[in-house]
Write a protein that binds this ligand. Structure first.
Ligand SMILES: [Zn+2]
Length: 487
């Protein structure tokens, strides 16, 4: 169908309050499964879910839900249909070791696409990239959106406003950059600029609040980002407050003026409190407050205000493996999670998902939360262990992420929503491990060919790059260093 004609039919259909249908799009009816719509309602036994033109047009039980004439019937007896999972915090390109950044310069899109394809393969149909190279991320996002490539839906934040690039103390304080041969300034500046895009700490920290807000406005105007994230405090070794209360408020105002959600990276109680007071929509890895737990009054305020928290919730095994591996205190983060859930804080599932990095090969601790394949399952099981019901955990990984990011057409199985489905062979509410027992993944009404994903891997090439380098070889043999849990 011609684009304009299609647009017209969508507008007309929306005006008429009905879903758009086109002659070419054959409706599909999934029948017989238990449907868990993630609105919080009880699962629907022997359900019917009808998809037309990429969207859900009807959901209900067999008796009351009409299947359109001519619909293709796909029987799913004994299966479970839920919304595609959504990960509120990933880093599709986080290979920030110098040899990899240089070797793959100009090809970051390949790794980003591979990562988005792996996430889709494992049932995560939307990912929110909260720190990465903006240009390549936007390009891959748009290729997937336009149908030129298959992958999880990508939403891009770009740089963390206030942070400098990969070759800076913000990301390499413990020595990644120092372990490589000295790089000339032009190379460092060129690579860093792919990330910073005019809103680095170097560029903003000496400015007035108004000037910071204006710079953020320019960043949004230039960058085609879907949301913005700023640093309320630094990370790991550099946990300074980054922006004053007035500057934080100016950043939030600039984001909201552009219609974008705003989130803050924080690593201490006071930076969390400042971000909350500045009016951010999402408190990113809110559970990480270094060695000082979140006070009761702040947890209660976050809960009452219904602010979204994209906490990383580790499993017991993951926690044991990470103890002492970072300047962030994982025990405190873990206690914060229990406390935030007990307060009824609105939680969004977040894995900090990162591609397999050479630093993790051969020395990866068990149950590394950012693992592409299992990270979300571990989140979902651990969320229950920390006090959520299985339904609340599912909603944290679907509806809450959609709501938090203002994506009204995603997150639940209701008429009008995009048809992103995860169909499982066993009940995920009975056991979170069943999230990995996948029957089918559906993206925008199309059944995903999971066997074809990923279509290629640049990971082995990256490993080869490091192997060629004697110094990198030594680094590979060294015990695994702490991964990057705090972007
Ligand atoms: Zn962060």
């Amino acid at each position: 169908m011609h684009v304009l004609a299609k647009l017209f039919s969508v507008v007309a259909a929306a005006a008429a309050g009905i879903a758009a249908a086109t002659a070419s799009a054959e409706p599909i009816a999934f029948t017989g499964a238990t449907i868990i719509d993630a609105t919080g309602r009880a699962p629907i036994e022997d359900g019917v879910l009808v998809v037309e033109d990429g969207r859900i047009v009807a959901v209900g039980n067999r008796r009351t839900t009409r299947i359109p004439a001519g619909a293709k019937i796909i029987r799913k007896q004994g299966k479970y249909i839920l919304p595609g999972l959504m990960d509120a915090n990933v880093h599709l390109w986080s290979w920030i070791q110098a040899p990899l950044l240089l070797h793959f310069e100009g090809r970051y899109e390949e790794g980003i696409l591979e990562a988005a394809q792996l996430k889709l393969k494992y049932g995560i149909t939307s990912v929110f990239d909260t720190w990465g190279p903006r240009g390549p991320l936007v390009n891959v996002r748009d290729r997937i959106r336009s149908g030129q490539a298959v992958g999880s839906r990508i939403f891009v934040g770009g740089n963390i406003i206030g942070f400098d690039g990969p070759f800076s103390e913000d990301f390499a304080p413990s020595g990644w950059s120092r372990r490589v041969p000295p790089l000339d300034k032009a190379t460092i500046d060129r690579i860093n600029a792919i990330w910073t895009q005019g809103v680095s700490g170097d560029e903003l920290m000496t400015r007035t609040a108004d000037e910071v807000g204006a710079a953020v406005g320019r960043y949004i105007a230039a960058g085609k980002v879907d949301f913005i994230k700023y640093a309320s405090s630094g990370q790991r070794d550099t946990r300074f407050i980054v922006f004053s209360p007035a500057a934080q408020a100016a950043i939030v105002a600039a984001g909201h003026k552009a219609g974008l959600t705003v989130q803050a990276h924080s690593t201490t109680v006071e930076s969390l409190r400042m971000a909350f007071d500045a009016g951010v929509d999402i408190l990113t890895h809110c559970n990480h407050t270094s060695d000082h737990p979140i006070p009761e009054d702040l947890a209660a305020r976050i809960a009452t205000a219904r602010r979204d928290c994209s906490a990383m919730i580790q499993t017991r095994a993951g926690l044991a493996a990470f103890k002492g591996a970072s300047t962030l205190d994982f025990d405190v983060a873990d206690r914060n999670n229990t406390n935030l859930i007990a307060h009824g804080v609105k939680m969004m599932a977040a894995t900090d998902g990162q591609p397999p990095t050479p630093s993790l090969q051969g020395g990866a601790p068990p149950e590394f939360f950012a693992d592409w394949r299992h990270g979300m399952t571990w989140y979902l099981s651990s969320a229950v262990a920390h006090g959520m019901t299985p339904m609340q955990a599912l909603m944290a990984a679907t509806r809450n992420v959609a709501e938090g990011y203002g994506r009204k057409d995603l997150g639940t199985l209701e008429a009008g929503k995009l048809a992103d489905l995860l169909i499982l062979n066993a009940d995920p509410l009975a056991d979170a491990r069943n999230y990995e027992d996948i029957d089918t993944v559906v993206l925008g009404g199309r059944i995903v060919d999971r066997q074809a994903l990923p279509t290629k891997s640049i990971f082995e090439e990256g490993l080869g790059v490091l192997r060629q380098d004697a110094r990198r070889e030594a680094a590979l043999k060294a015990p695994a260093t702490a991964p990057k849990p705090s972007h």
